[in-house]
Design a protein around this ligand. Structure first.
Ligand code: TSJ
Length: 639
């Protein structure tokens, strides 16, 4: 029987698979771990296609102890009859003829043949062995290939099964001669994509099972909510501004569009789009259609409800996407993938359909849920105001002359030197300490910026509010670097930025707020080691003609221990910065030769990032928890 397979077309077939083995990278991208996992997706995609066609609800992916992988579905089973063109069974054709997949059973939405779509034959070519079982008509059909796609057991009935058991089971073992880097599958990699496939195909159950010794685990992924459940997951650690996830779907000309979205209180957009389950990183016509419709519908609603006044500018695409988490999924029978990485949907007919389906559903949602609609539109309008204000503020900080110069120089007592390498700026808590600092400074190199009251918490405010805050604008202008896209470290006007605050609760609060500001707006300045905290001493010890300032109780005790036992000394707790006169302030905190500075390091800021988010962010619970656990670190900060 075997010889029958070796006619002219068989030789061609084997030449095809041989080409794949010679240049695997051309077919699966690479032979690294990525390429290895690609094999699984080639096979899984075929099962997904069967699900998309409506014949399969269960898929199982098993990592076997020998690092082979089994993919099972409960679909119709790959046809076992003779394929007209090849004269071989369809199963064998699919596995041995390059690009045969997708060419049979036409129609329907297909994942396989999509992004890379090289098909099962490529998996066969790159495997040590492949075994395919087809459950059909109460029979179990089996075929086996070895050593890069050679048929070693032709298709044959190997057993019987119950008439309602149908489906395909494929096991393949990647060839270690091809995958020289690794032949080990990574559970997490498989899990991430499998979960995504479950989100994208609502109701489809996919089981992932690791049967390798010491790795044993099994998870089931099935989401009745489909991509809504995906949005829910993406928003899990965020604060949604409306309760329900908006889910829309519709179909026109056999092109199916599904969208799920929810706004959260953050300022970033998270929009992901898919075409036939493939992540279209580069977007495309489905994404364009939905985005345009979103902008149009929100503007319409805002105008009709008079939230947006006649003179107000339209909300921009960016405005309506601020804090938006959205998944767009499109299913289409003939997807055209374009772009650099072939992840951009090109079918021009999709845009209008996506736009129509979205508009209709979203408009209805806004009408039926006026409270949510109001919250969403308000959020977009705030984003719009923020954008306009930030633009203005950026322009102002960019062009020095434009800032309110009188006010600015009224606040900053700059140093005479224009040489940044010797210049310092003290950010001083309060006007009275500021006044003493101005008198007590070295005017050549030391600039003083008195800060009135508390600094705005930039963790809780958007860029526009931060930039409309006078204190912050003054700081930005004084530093000279600009912020955001205009930031330029080489323009920094001071070598040292010294935060000078009292050693009490208010002082540490202001310090944390300033560090928050630096961390968010001037991270490179902190990273380059330009930021310091002045350490005003807590005690002053006088004996004879000596005046000794010490930082804390520990230093005090250590110093006192060095004095001979009968030395007479006076010890006093230092006053706050504001109560020191110029001379005292200079002596204790500013004089280059006597002061103690603590450099704020990169490590500080990294730890601080978490501290900041937890202390300053929106969520109260982690903040309280954090303070309770780190009471000493935050110095009894009352937040
Ligand atoms: F291709 C493959 F071997 F990689 C593979 C295919 C692997 C796995 C795990 C599943 C499948 C597969 C193929 N599952 N279900 C199908 N279905 C068909 O091939 C099929 C069955 C019937 C008809 C029909 O028109 O009657 C059409 C098709 C495409």
């Amino acid at each position: 029987m075997k010889e029958e397979h070796y006619d002219a077309s068989d030789i061609q077939v084997l030449e095809g698979l041989e080409a794949v083995r010679k240049r695997p990278g051309m077919y699966i991208g690479s032979t690294s771990g990525r390429g290895l996992h690609h094999l699984v997706w080639e096979i899984v995609d075929n099962a997904i296609d069967e699900a998309l066609a409506g014949y399969c609800d269960d898929i199982e992916v098993i990592i076997n102890p020998d690092n082979s992988v089994t993919v099972k579905d409960d679909g119709r089973g790959i046809p076992v009859g003779i394929h007209k063109k090849t004269g071989l069974s369809t199963v064998e054709t699919v596995y041995t003829v390059l690009h045969a997949g997708g060419k049979f059973g036409g129609g329907g939405y297909k994942v396989s043949g999509g992004l890379h779509g090289v098909g099962a034959s490529v998996v066969n070519a790159l495997s040590s062995w492949v075994e395919v079982k087809v459950y059909q008509d109460s029979k179990i059909h089996q075929i086996r290939f070895e050593n890069g796609g050679h048929t070693v057991e032709p298709l044959a009935v190997v057993g019987e099964c119950s008439p309602d058991r149908t489906g395909t089971t494929v096991t393949f073992k990647p060839d270690p001669e091809i995958f020289t880097e690794t032949t080990e599958f990574d559970y997490e990699t498989l899990k991430t994509r499998i979960r995504e496939l479950a989100f994208l195909n609502k109701g489809l159950r996919i089981i992932l099972c690791d049967d390798r010794p010491n790795m044993q685990q099994k998870e089931e992924f099935v989401y009745e909510g489909g991509i809504s459940a995906y949005v829910e997951l993406l928003n899990k650690n965020k604060t949604p501004i409306h309760e329900d996830i908006i889910h829309l779907e519709g179909k026109e000309d056999d092109i199916q569009i599904e969208v799920a979205l929810q706004y959260n209180s953050s300022y970033t957009a998270n929009v992901y789009s898919f075409a036939n389950n493939i992540n279209t990183h580069e977007g495309g016509t489905h994404e364009d259609g939905v985005k345009q419709a979103l902008t149009r519908i929100i503007n319409n609603y805002a105008r009709n409800s008079k939230m947006l006044k006649d003179n107000d500018e339209n909300l921009s695409g960016e405005d309506v996407r601020e804090g938006l988490t959205m998944i767009i999924s499109c299913k289409i029978s003939d997807p055209q993938f374009e772009g650099q990485t072939k992840t951009k949907l090109g079918n021009s007919e999709v845009k209008k359909i996506a736009s129509n389906v979205f508009s209709e559903g979203f408009e209805r949602f806004l009408m039926e849920n006026p409270q949510d609609a109001k919250l969403i539109v308000e959020k977009c309008m705030t984003a719009s105001r923020a954008r306009l204000a930030a633009k203005k503020a950026r322009e102002m900080t960019r062009r020095k002359g434009d800032l309110d110069v009188t006010n600015f120089y009224g606040k900053l007592a700059d140093c005479k030197s224009k040489d940044a390498s010797v210049s310092e700026i003290f950010l001083v808590e309060g006007d009275s300490a500021g006044g003493s600092a101005i008198k007590g400074r070295d005017g050549m190199t030391q600039a003083i910026l008195p800060l009135r009251g508390k600094i705005l918490n930039v963790e809780k405010a958007r860029l526009d509010r931060a930039l409309s805050n006078e204190e912050i604008r003054t700081i930005i202008t004084a530093f000279g670097t600009g912020i955001g896209e205009d930031f330029d470290l080489s323009k920094l006007r001071y070598d040292k930025i010294i935060i000078m605050t009292d050693a009490d609760v208010d002082g540490s609060h202001i310090r944390v707020l300033l560090l928050t500001l630096f961390y968010r707006f001037f991270k490179p300045i902190v990273e380059a080691g330009h930021v310091y905290a002045a350490q005003p001493p807590l005690f002053v010890i006088k004996h004879g003609k000596t005046i000794k300032y010490v930082l804390d109780e520990k230093e005090r005790d250590e110093y006192l221990a060095t004095l001979s036992p009968n030395t007479k000394y006076d010890i006093a707790r230092m006053k706050g910065l504001g109560e020191m006169d110029a001379e005292e302030l200079n002596e204790t905190t500013m004089d280059i030769n006597k002061r103690i500075l603590r450099q704020i390091t990169v490590d500080d800021t990294m730890a601080a990032d978490e501290v900041f988010s937890k202390l300053m962010g929106e969520e109260v619970e982690p903040r309280r928890e954090f303070i309770e656990q780190n009471a000493t670190y935050v110095e009894n900060l009352d937040v």
